[in-house]
Design a protein around this ligand. Structure first.
Ligand SMILES: [Fe+2]
Ligand SMILES: [Fe+2]
Length: 247
């Protein structure tokens, strides 16, 4: 009997959770689409085990007081795209704050939530960076859809490929573009898009350490570690550390 992809996913999940000594229940957000969120969530059989309530052994363990770079190394994947963007921004001679914005602009995609990634990244970062940096990151999402000839920024060919030639951004993105256009920090967000490249050479490796000084000067690393400093977004960093925590 052929299995549907949902059944295959559940079978794989089941096999996986048998190997773990804790039962993992995924957040609705991680399964919506494959599973209809208006229907009850099929729960994995508890197999007499306890539920996951902290460190997931399938993930690299984070230090007790994680730094931004620990998140880059252990949760944000190879991060080549943002590293390349930051290097390009540096080469283009933009100010350090904007290099930092380029380095951080897509961290929501690489480590948290894709949908509305500019807003999520801005929110994660707000307690730790200049308001202009988080503002620019929030608005780069909308500005990516709008050309600006004055700085040589064209609508990305990549977006035509990804979303189709007739894609029109939603009204809230159109509105965000209008707001950004009229704002004094417009060019800061625009510079993220100018340095937001996809056609880079995958052979070129950029090391995180190239940005140690800029991060040191412009990112307020909390001494308790990201996730444990009681900031308004600490819980979001903790969710990245413990994405499968039951509660
Ligand atoms: Fe982006
Ligand atoms: Fe990007």
């Amino acid at each position: 009997m052929a299995m549907t992809s949902m059944q295959r996913a559940e079978a794989a999940e089941h096999a996986m959770s048998e190997e773990l000594d804790r039962v993992v229940v995924k957040s609705v957000l991680f399964t919506s689409g494959e599973h209809d969120p208006t229907k009850p969530m099929p729960r994995p059989p508890d197999q007499g085990k306890l539920y996951m309530m902290g460190h997931d052994p399938r993930l690299a363990r984070m230090p007790d007081r994680p730094t931004l770079f620990d998140f880059f190394r252990l949760r944000f994947g190879p991060a080549n795209h943002v590293l390349q963007s930051a290097r390009l921004a540096m080469k283009n001679g933009v100010e350090e704050k904007i290099v930092l914005a380029c380095l951080l602009h897509d961290i929501a995609i690489s480590g948290f939530i894709r949908s509305d990634h500019g807003y999520w990244a801005a929110q994660l970062l707000e307690p730790y960076v200049d308001e202009e940096v988080s503002w620019a990151i929030r608005y780069h999402q909308a500005l990516r859809f709008y050309a600006d000839d004055s700085v040589g920024y064209a609508y990305p060919q990549m977006y035509v490929k990804l979303f189709g030639a007739d894609y029109v951004p939603e009204p809230y993105i159109q509105e965000a573009y209008r707001e950004a256009r009229a704002h004094r920090w417009y060019m800061s967000a625009r510079l993220i898009t100018v340095n937001d490249l996809y056609a880079f050479d995958p052979g070129v490796q950029v090391q995180l350490e190239e940005f140690t000084d800029i991060v040191g000067r412009h990112f307020r690393q909390p001494k308790e570690g990201l996730g444990f400093d009681g900031s308004p977004t600490a819980h979001m960093w903790r969710t990245i550390i413990y994405p499968t925590k039951y509660l």
